[in-house]
Design a protein around this ligand. Structure first.
Ligand code: HEC
Ligand code: HEC
Ligand code: HEC
Ligand code: HEC
Length: 441
C-alpha cells in the first residue's frame, strides 16, 4: 500500500513546560506565563496527542487543566488519575485515510500530585477502546529503559516516543521486533522527525541506515574499552583501576545492548516490514519563524518583562553590594577600562532583547545575583545592573568604608568567571587566557 500524500502527525511526550518536578514559588508565575505561551503555540500549529510529565504537572494541576481546556489540548495518559484534570487514556486520529491510535503512560515517580496506577492493565484497557488503527503510538513519560518491558507486555505497540530520557536517541532503538523507540533530548533544541512508509500487512520496521550506525557505534565502544584496558595496564596502581572499573562496566553494558540491537536488526529482513527513517532536526535560526507564533512570543516577552518593576534606585539596605558608582571616585582608571567592556552593558543587552525580567536570564547579566546579600529577583537589581566591579572583586561595602587590601578580592579566579561563562549559555566560547586579558585593567 503506497500513499501519495505526506500525512503528518505531531506529538509531544512531556516535560515541555519546565525542567523538573519541582518549582520554587518565586518562579511559578513567570513559568506559567511561558508555559501558556508554549501551549498556545502548540495549539496554533496543531498537535495530535501529548502526555504530561512531572515538570508540566509541577506548574499546578488546576492551571494545567485550565490550559488544556482552553486550547483543547489532546492530552492522554492511561495510568494517571489527577484530581480536577481528567485525562483520557488514548485517542484516535484519522487523517488522509491514515488512522493512528495514541496512548499515554507516565512512570510511577513522574506523576506529580496525580495517582499513578500500574501501566499494563491501564494501557490494555485504553488500547482496547481505540478499536482498529493502522499503527499504535505510545507516548511514554517514564524512564526509557522501562519501555522495553511495557512494550513486551502489550505486544501491539508500533512506535514509542519517550519524553523523559535525557539524551536524544540517535539512532532509534528497537524494542523487540515490532516497536521502535525514539526520543529528542532536552531543552527543546531538536525536533524529532519519524517518516514511515506503511507497507500493507507488514509488522515492524526496516530502519534506514540503522545497521551501519549500529556497527559504527559498536566499533567506537570497542575501541573505548580497549583504550581503557590499556590505560589500566600502563599505570597499574589501584586508583586508576578503581576509576576504570565502573567505566568498563558501563561500556560493556552499552556494547551488549548494541549487539542485541544488531541481532534483532538482522532478523528483521524476512517478513514484509514498514520502512522508517528517523531524523533529529536542530531548531536553528535557519528555520524561519512562524509569524503568528512570533507575534505571541513578542507579546509574552513584553508581558513578562513589563511585570518586573525595579524597586528603589540603589542596592537594598543591608546589602554588602554597593554598585560600581561607589568605586568610581577612588578607581577612575579601572572604572574607565571596565566601561569599555561588554560587562558594563550586560543589562542593556537583556533589555534590548526584551528579556531583563526573565528569570532564566537576568542573574548573569547583573552583579551579585544568588549571593548572600545580593539581589534574588530582577526587581531587586537597582544599582547592580550589569556585570559590575563586585562580580569579580566580591561585595565592596566594607572596602568602600575602610579601603584595605584585605577586605576586597584582588584577582578573581577562573571559577568566578565560570559562574556566568558556564559553557552552556555562552555555547562554549569562554577561553580564560584570552578573555582575562580583555577585562584586566
Ligand atoms: C575611598 C576610596 C576607595 C573606594 C570607594 C574604593 N576603593 Fe578600592 N582601594 C582603595 C585603596 C586606597 C586601595 C589600596 C589599599 C591599600 O593600598 O591598602 C584599594 C584597593 C583596591 C583593590 C586592590 C586590592 C589589592 O589587594 O591590591 C581592589 C581590587 C579594589 N580596591 C576594588 C574596589 C572596588 C571594587 C570598589 C567599589 C566596590 C572600591 N575598590 C572602592 C580605595 C578605595
Ligand atoms: C556575573 C556574571 C559574569 C561574570 C562573573 C563574568 N562575566 Fe564576562 N560576561 C558576562 C556577560 C553577561 C557578558 C556579555 C555582556 C554583553 O554582551 O552584554 C560577558 C562578556 C564577557 C566578555 C566579552 C565577550 C565578547 O566577546 O563580547 C569577556 C572578555 C568576559 N566577559 C570575560 C570575563 C572574565 C575573564 C571573567 C572572570 C574574570 C568574567 N567575564 C566574569 C557575565 C559575566
Ligand atoms: C549562566 C549565565 C547566563 C545566563 C543565565 C544568561 N546569559 Fe546571556 N550571556 C552570558 C555570557 C557569559 C555572555 C557572553 C558570552 C560570550 O560572548 O562569550 C552572554 C551574552 C549574551 C548576549 C550577547 C551576546 C550574544 O550571544 O548574542 C545576549 C543577547 C544574551 N546573553 C542574552 C541572554 C538571554 C536572552 C538569556 C536568557 C534566556 C541569557 N542571556 C541568560 C551569560 C548568561
Ligand atoms: C570581569 C572581572 C572584573 C571586573 C568586572 C572588574 N575587575 Fe578589577 N580586576 C580584574 C582583574 C582580573 C584584575 C587584575 C588582578 C591581578 O591580576 O592583579 C583587576 C584589578 C583591579 C584593581 C587593582 C588594580 C591594580 O593595578 O592593582 C582594582 C583597583 C580594580 N580591579 C577595580 C575595579 C573596579 C573599580 C571595577 C568596576 C568599575 C572593576 N575592577 C571591575 C577583574 C575585574
Amino acid at each position: 500500500m503506497t500513499r501519495l500524500k505526506n500525512t503528518t502527525f505531531v506529538v509531544d511526550a512531556g516535560d515541555l513546560l519546565w525542567k523538573t518536578g519541582k518549582i520554587s514559588k518565586k518562579r511559578l508565575n513567570q513559568q506559567r506565563q511561558k508555559g501558556a505561551l508554549i501551549l498556545e503555540a502548540y495549539a496554533l500549529s496543531g498537535v495530535d496527542a501529548m502526555v504530561p510529565g512531572e515538570a508540566d504537572l509541577s506548574l499546578g494541576l488546576d492551571w494545567l487543566a485550565g490550559q488544556a481546556a482552553m486550547h483543547a489540548l489532546p492530552y492522554v495518559a492511561a495510568n494517571l488519575d489527577c484530581d480536577g484534570f481528567s485525562l483520557p487514556g488514548g485517542r484516535v486520529v484519522e487523517r488522509d485515510g491514515v488512522t493512528l491510535g495514541f496512548v499515554g503512560v507516565v512512570g510511577a515517580t513522574n506523576g506529580g500530585e496525580c495517582t499513578v496506577s500500574a501501566p499494563v492493565p491501564a494501557l490494555k484497557s485504553a488500547i482496547a477502546k481505540l478499536g482498529d488503527v493502522d499503527m499504535l503510538v505510545l507516548l511514554s513519560h517514564q524512564d526509557d529503559e522501562a519501555d522495553l518491558g511495557l512494550v513486551k507486555a502489550l505486544g501491539n505497540v508500533d512506535v514509542v516516543v519517550n519524553g523523559h530520557g535525557r539524551v536524544a536517541m540517535k539512532p532509534p532503538r528497537r524494542l523487540g521486533e515490532r516497536a521502535i523507540q525514539v526520543s529528542t533530548g532536552t531543552r527543546g533544541k531538536k525536533l524529532g522527525i519519524v517518516k514511515i512508509d506503511q507497507v500493507l500487512g507488514a509488522s515492524g520496521f526496516i530502519v534506514d541506515g540503522l545497521s551501519d550506525r549500529l556497527h559504527a557505534k559498536i566499533k567506537s565502544v570497542k575501541s573505548r574499552i580497549e583504550r581503557t584496558k590499556k590505560k589500566v595496564k600502563k599505570d597499574a596502581d589501584g586508583a586508576s583501576k578503581k576509576r576504570a572499573n565502573p567505566r568498563l562496566k558501563r561500556l560493556d553494558g552499552q556494547l551488549k545492548r548494541l549487539q542485541a540491537q544488531v541481532l534483532i536488526d538482522e532478523n528483521m529482513r524476512e517478513r514484509p516490514r514498514h520502512l522508517l527513517k528517523n531524523r533529529l532536526r536542530g531548531l536553528n535560526d535557519d528555520i524561519s519563524d512562524h509569524s503568528k507564533t512570533q507575534a505571541l512570543v513578542i507579546a509574552a516577552k513584553a508581558q513578562i518583562s513589563g511585570a518586573v518593576v525595579l524597586k528603589a534606585d540603589k542596592p537594598a539596605r543591608g546589602s554588602n553590594f554597593v554598585g560600581d558608582t561607589a568605586c568610581l571616585g577612588c578607581h577612575q582608571e579601572q572604572h574607565g577600562q571596565w566601561k569599555s567592556t561588554p560587562h558594563a552593558y550586560a543589562w542593556s543587552t537583556l533589555q534590548r532583547v526584551g528579556r531583563s525580567g526573565d528569570l532564566d536570564c537576568w542573574s548573569c547579566h547583573v552583579t551579585g545575583a544568588g549571593q548572600p546579600s545580593g539581589p534574588s529577583h530582577p526587581s531587586e537589581v537597582s544599582g547592580l545592573e550589569n556585570v559590575g566591579c563586585e562580580s569579580c572583586h566580591g561585595p565592596g561595602l566594607a572596602h568602600t568604608q575602610t579601603p584595605m587590601h584585605s577586605n576586597i578580592v584582588r584577582a578573581p579566579s577562573e571559577q568566578t568567571c565560570a559562574g556566568c561563562h558556564d559553557g552552556v549559555q555562552d555555547e562554549g566560547r569562554f577561553d580564560f587566557e584570552a578573555y582575562i586579558k580583555r577585562v584586566t585593567h
